[in-house]
Design a protein. Structure first.
Length: 307
C-alpha cells in the first residue's frame, strides 16, 4: 500500500473571475476552496501536498494558504512560468502566460516519487471523489511499461456554471470502465435545460448533459513525468510561435491512451462538482458548503482556518 501525494494547480490568474480566486473565502470561518480539498485529501489518506503557483504570488500564497497546510501535512511548492521549457527552445517575446496544465504537472517531477493525484485549486470536488481516488492510487502500479492512471469522471450537467461558459474534457469510456478518448472543449454553456458547445464563438452544438467529463481530477504513477517530458517537446515544436497555445493535460492523457502507453481507469463520482469560474458562482458554492455542513459532512470550522 502506498501513500499518495496531491498536486494542486494554483497558478491560474483568474481573469474571468476578476481576482485571485484561489484565496477568496467561501466557508463560514473564512475557509477557501483549497482548505476543503486539503481537508478531504488528508481524510482520504494523502500524505503530501504540492502546490503549483506563480512566483509573483508566492508570499501571499504561503501566508494565506501554505502556512496552514504545512501544519497538517508535508507541503512543497513548485513555480510555473513561461521560461521553464526544455533546452533547445526559446520563449517567444509575445508569450505572456505559462504553457498549460500539462506543463504544471511536469514541473512537479522532483517533488513527487509516489502515485499522486492532480486537481485544480478553484474546483470543489467533494469528499467522496478524494476517497475513490486515494483508494485507487494506493495500489496503482505500472505493468510491462504501461502506465496505470485514473481519473474521476463527473456528469456534465453537474459541472456547469449558470453564469458563462466553462471548459471540460469529454470522455469516451469502454465497457471495462477505461478511458478510450478525451477531447477538451473550451466553451461549454447552459441554455436553460440545454447544454451546448462552440468552437468558433458563434455556432453552438448541442451536447448530452449526461456526458462523462473530466474536471482535471486525475491520478498518476510517476511514469507520467516521462510521458509529459517527451510530449512537451513535441508540443513546442508545433506550437512555439502561437502565443495562446496551451499544453493541456486532458489532451496529453488522451494521446498517451491512444498510443497504448497507459491505461486510465474512470472512477465515477455522482457528486455535484462546484466551481468558481465567475464571481457570481461564489454564493452558490457557499450555499452548497453550508448544506454539507448541516448534513455533517464538514464541521462548522475546519482545522485549517484562515487568519
Amino acid at each position: 500500500m502506498q501513500n499518495p501525494a496531491l498536486v494542486i494547480m494554483a497558478a491560474g490568474i483568474g481573469s474571468r473571475y476578476g481576482g485571485l480566486k484561489q484565496l477568496d473565502p467561501v466557508g463560514p470561518a473564512g475557509e477557501i476552496i483549497i482548505d476543503y480539498s486539503v481537508y478531504d485529501a488528508i481524510r482520504a489518506g494523502f500524505k503530501k501536498v504540492v502546490f503549483v503557483i506563480r512566483r509573483e504570488i508566492e508570499d501571499s500564497f504561503r501566508e494565506k494558504v501554505g502556512r496552514q497546510t504545512e501544519k497538517r501535512v508535508e507541503t512543497a511548492y513548485v513555480f510555473q512560468s513561461t521560461e521553464k521549457i526544455p533546452s533547445g527552445f526559446t520563449v517567444p517575446p509575445n508569450r505572456k502566460k505559462p504553457w498549460g496544465t500539462a506543463q504544471a504537472v511536469l514541473l512537479c517531477s522532483e517533488e513527487v516519487e509516489t502515485p499522486f493525484a492532480v486537481i485544480n485549486s478553484d474546483d470543489f470536488y467533494g469528499a467522496y471523489s478524494f476517497s475513490v481516488l486515494a483508494d485507487y492510487l494506493r495500489t496503482a502500479e505500472d505493468r510491462n511499461g504501461i502506465g496505470d492512471y485514473c481519473m474521476v469522471g463527473f456528469i456534465l450537467k453537474n459541472t456547469l456554471s449558470d453564469f458563462g461558459d466553462v471548459s471540460r474534457g469529454f470522455c469516451r469510456v469502454n465497457e471495462d470502465g477505461y478511458l478510450e478518448e478525451i477531447h477538451e472543449q473550451l466553451k461549454i454553456k447552459k441554455f436553460g435545460d440545454r447544454v451546448a458547445y462552440t468552437e468558433d464563438g458563434e455556432h453552438w452544438t448541442d451536447e448530452d448533459p449526461e456526458s462523462i467529463v473530466s474536471t482535471n481530477m486525475w491520478g498518476f504513477t510517476p511514469s507520467i513525468f516521462r510521458e509529459l517530458k517527451e510530449g512537451f517537446s513535441t508540443f513546442l515544436r508545433a506550437n512555439l510561435k502561437n502565443p495562446k497555445a496551451e499544453y493541456l493535460l486532458p489532451e496529453e492523457i488522451g494521446r498517451v491512451v491512444r498510443e497504448q502507453r497507459a491505461t486510465a481507469k474512470v472512477l465515477y463520482s455522482s457528486e455535484r462538482w462546484v466551481g468558481v469560474t465567475y464571481s457570481e458562482d461564489k454564493p452558490y458554492l457557499q450555499k452548497a458548503i453550508r448544506e454539507l455542513i448541516d448534513r455533517g459532512v464538514y464541521p462548522e470550522k475546519l482545522s485549517l482556518i484562515r487568519t
